[in-house]
Design a protein around this ligand. Structure first.
Ligand SMILES: *[C@@H]1O[C@H](CO)[C@@H](O)[C@H](O)[C@H]1NC(C)=O
Ligand SMILES: *[C@@H]1O[C@H](CO)[C@@H](O)[C@H](O)[C@H]1NC(C)=O
Ligand SMILES: *[C@@H]1O[C@H](CO)[C@@H](O)[C@H](O)[C@H]1NC(C)=O
Length: 391
């Protein structure tokens, strides 16, 4: 008789085999797409999705990352911050900038400074499985390159790949897109905008600070280390209940400075900047995605259009995208209006007023106004048009 323990082990093995075969069956009907594309002819494009926490940047990252011409990484500078948790955002700025530059150029040796020595896997990278490029050839041969790949499937099947495939994969793409929430001014990026080896384009994603505040309240623990770094030494002088407002003040101020700094750039550089409001994206996902793709020279392939249509209506992708239908996403983007007490909104508006005025988020002056959903608080003028028209 087979001992029970071995029996369990054999059953485990059999179930793993079954899962594996299932994946092969699901994904193997398109063998041609398993081949690596030849060197792309278009010039390289380096796109920085510049945003803040809880502002929809993971969603925007996915919009880019699922495109077959894009090598995408989410928050590579997380590794810098988590190595220096007692530091401040300002002190880490240059290290973050230099890391971003190296990654844009597919030089992944830069991570040596922030990872443990010894053999590593591609799964050592923060949120690696959110990158379709790391789930398809040449990084991982189990999925075709031109399919939408669910994160959970990739995590199971591609996590054993060695770290060197990250660099190999990166070099086969025309576009490298990085998402970062760890920049607090534009000046730190000037050297990259001028760098002749880079073709940097910035997508600046902003969201109504009141919605951000509410979302941050619900993820306080997850954001604790980051928030400490954002507040720096100033945190020790603050009472605990004042800290969230101070963190938002820093974030609003930096959004404002970035937006303002763009206006004083030479015209040629100003065209390397695109402002996207999350609320506009929620109201018109296809239109805004088309706008972002066009800006960075990506074709909005028909199957990607269907995919964007699907995920913004609650099909596929699960909790890693909108996971509600478009009407609900709109509703969710307004949730602060009935769930945040006016007292908090009032206080937050005081520290974020200038940013809100500039980005087109109307202030509310009473609890009644806040709860009155027939009042549209998003200004219809488009801040990005302002950027292009002024001179
Ligand atoms: C979109 O949804 C439809 C219906 O559920 C499905 O048949 C189709 O495969 C989906 N397409 C993509 C690209 O996700
Ligand atoms: C939005 O959500 C809130 C809370 O869940 C609900 O009370 C409200 O009826 C919803 N509104 C719409 C238009 O769906
Ligand atoms: C809500 O706002 C609309 C549009 O400004 C206004 O006509 C209406 O009277 C307001 N309702 C309440 C209850 O204040």
């Amino acid at each position: 008789m087979i001992p029970l323990r071995r029996m369990k082990f054999l059953l485990f093995l059999a179930s793993q085999m079954a899962i594996f075969i299932l994946f092969i069956l699901v994904y193997s009907h398109n063998d041609n797409s398993l081949q690596v594309k030849e060197e792309p002819k278009s010039p390289h494009m380096h796109v920085l999705v510049l945003s803040s926490w809880r502002s929809g940047s993971s969603f925007v990252g996915q919009l880019f990352g699922q495109h077959p011409d894009v090598f995408y990484l989410m928050e590579p500078a997380w590794h810098v911050w988590m190595t220096f948790t007692q530091s401040t955002a300002q002190r880490l700025h240059m290290a973050v900038r230099d890391l971003i530059r190296a990654v844009f150029l597919c030089d992944m040796s830069v991570f040596d400074a922030y990872m443990n020595p010894g053999p590593r896997k591609q799964s050592s990278l923060f949120q690696w499985d959110g990158s379709r490029a790391l789930c398809s050839p040449p990084a991982c041969n189990l999925f075709p390159r031109d399919k939408i790949i669910p994160q959970a499937h990739c995590r199971i099947l591609c996590h054993k790949q060695p770290f060197k495939v990250v660099e190999e994969a990166c070099r086969t793409y025309s576009h490298v897109v990085l998402k970062e929430v760890r920049f607090f001014n534009l000046q730190v990026l000037y050297p990259l905008l001028r760098d002749p080896s880079l073709n940097l384009h910035i997508v600046h994603l902003v969201r109504d600070p009141r919605a951000v505040f509410r979302s941050r309240e619900r993820t306080t623990n997850e954001l604790e280390i980051d928030s400490h770094i954002v507040m720096g030494q100033h945190r020790q002088k603050l009472k605990k209940e004042d800290q969230p407002y101070y963190a938002m003040q820093v974030i609003c101020q930096s959004q404002l400075e970035i937006f303002k700094a763009v206006q004083s750039l030479p015209k040629a550089l100003r065209q390397r900047y695109l402002l996207v409001r999350y609320e506009d994206l929620v109201r018109d996902p296809l239109g805004q995605t088309a706008r972002m793709y066009e800006y960075v020279g990506l074709k909005f392939l028909p199957r990607l259009q269907t995919w964007v249509h699907n995920i913004t209506r609650g099909k596929g992708m699960g909790k890693h995208a909108f996971h509600t239908n478009a009407r609900n996403a709109l509703n969710v983007s307004q949730a602060w209006r009935w769930s945040l007490p006016y007292k908090k909104v009032f206080r937050l508006q005081k520290v974020c007023r200038n940013t809100m005025n500039l980005l087109g988020y109307h202030l509310v002056t009473s609890d009644q106004e806040q709860k009155n959903l027939s009042l549209d608080l998003l200004s219809t003028w488009s801040p990005y048009e302002l950027v292009y028209q002024e001179g």
